[in-house]
Design a protein around this ligand. Structure first.
Ligand SMILES: [Zn+2]
Length: 377
């Protein structure tokens, strides 16, 4: 548990970061996010660089101004998207050449360019550009890829130093950054190494010797079986320093997140609450509900009686089910909103439990209740 200080405010950890890939958390306004208690949101450098493009965001005065969000923003470098979404043309030591998934236009991204993009966006926390290796990966490939990711991490850090030096030494502080606050931006390194413990260990050691403001575990939940996800992430987490923020990228379900907290992770992001919310799946203190099911046809209770979100205060399961059946936008908005609220509250309660020195009993009680109810729904 701790506090992370950024240029746009403090973040209490552990923290859940709602995902706003395109500069918006799908179907939810920024005011609603704040009402849910969200302290930080995520953006994605790959997507925002392709659309609307950096020039527009720069002219708007940076990403915070462009999207109307005053709190901290973390941007992913786009490494994951370049290797999963774009049509990758060529990977070299220098960088990655790819075609946009939107219009096929060709782009070349280097570790330096990824930092520069995030400086222009003005994100409070930037991520290094890495190769996200999917599962399964042969050991040779994983090792070779890790070598590249480490070199890229070093180049990202060097570039950041140089940029900050340039900014400090020029009268025009907005030289490269849309927000003029490049010197206040934090840079996190990403631990890769696939499912090989010795490679993960090496990745951590190398990143620590370069030195970053925080460390993320990447390349988990990329197709590997559930037991391997936990094994690798908890092993990697155990190697990361306690006095730096530790961020588990792209995971997961409420129960996964709680387990990761007990393994020492501080920061989480996941599209599950909004993606599943748009399909009618709600997360509650008693488990998961599929609100489109016929059993809720005449259920006039709220999604979760223990939830204080706007959807639960004002609407019933029966009504929300009707909205989904009638394909009304409000239905997916309400469930997305509830789910974000639930994730944020779950983390807030975890934080309190850590403070009260009873996190493990809180976690076990939650997990027991969660699974039992899920089975009966
Ligand atoms: Zn609710």
């Amino acid at each position: 548990m701790g506090k992370l200080i950024t240029a746009h405010g403090e973040i209490n950890t552990p923290v859940f970061m709602p995902v706003g890939t395109q500069g918006t958390v799908k179907a939810i306004s920024n005011d609603e996010l704040l009402e849910c208690g969200a302290e930080i949101m995520l953006g994605n450098a790959y997507h925002l660089n392709l659309r609307p493009g950096l020039e527009i965001i720069r002219k708007a005065g940076g990403l915070h101004k462009f999207i109307g969000w005053k709190g901290p923003i973390l941007t992913d470098s786009g490494g994951y998207q370049v290797f999963s979404l774009a049509k990758l043309r060529k990977l070299s030591e220098e960088g990655a050449e790819f075609s946009s998934h939107i219009d096929g236009s060709r782009h070349f991204i280097t570790p330096e360019k990824a930092v520069e993009i995030q400086e222009i966006l003005g994100s409070d926390i930037m991520m290094t550009f890495d190769e996200c290796v999917h599962y399964p990966a042969a050991r040779d490939y994983a090792e070779q890829s890790l070598n590249l990711t480490t070199k890229w991490a070093k180049r990202s850090k060097d570039f950041l130093h140089n940029t900050q030096y340039a900014i400090h030494n020029t009268p025009n502080h907005s030289l490269r950054s849309g927000s003029g606050q490049a010197n206040a931006q934090l840079l996190f390194g990403i631990v890769q190494g696939s499912t090989y413990p010795d490679l993960r260990k090496r990745a951590v050691e190398e990143l620590l010797s370069i030195g970053f403001d925080g460390y993320a575990i990447g390349g988990v939940s990329v197709g590997e079986p559930q037991n391997l996800i936990h094994e690798i992430s908890s092993y990697t987490a155990s190697l990361l320093p306690e006095n730096s923020p530790r961020y588990l990228m792209g995971m997961g379900t409420p129960v996964d997140m709680m387990e990761a907290i007990s393994n020492g992770m501080d920061m989480f992001d996941c599209v599950v609450p909004t993606r599943n919310g748009r399909n009618g799946q709600a997360f509650t203190w008693n488990g998961e509900l599929q609100l489109r099911n016929s059993e809720y046809k005449e259920d006039f209770s709220s999604i979760d009686k223990d939830c204080g979100c706007m959807a639960c205060r004002k609407y019933t399961r029966a009504y929300i089910r009707h909205l989904f059946n009638a394909e009304e936008i409000l239905g997916l908005r309400l469930v997305s909103l509830h789910n974000i609220h639930f994730y944020v509250k779950l983390i807030q309660k975890s934080r309190q439990a850590i403070k009260d020195d009873c996190f493990e009993s809180f976690r076990l009680e939650f997990a027991g209740k969660y699974i039992t109810t899920k089975r009966t729904v």
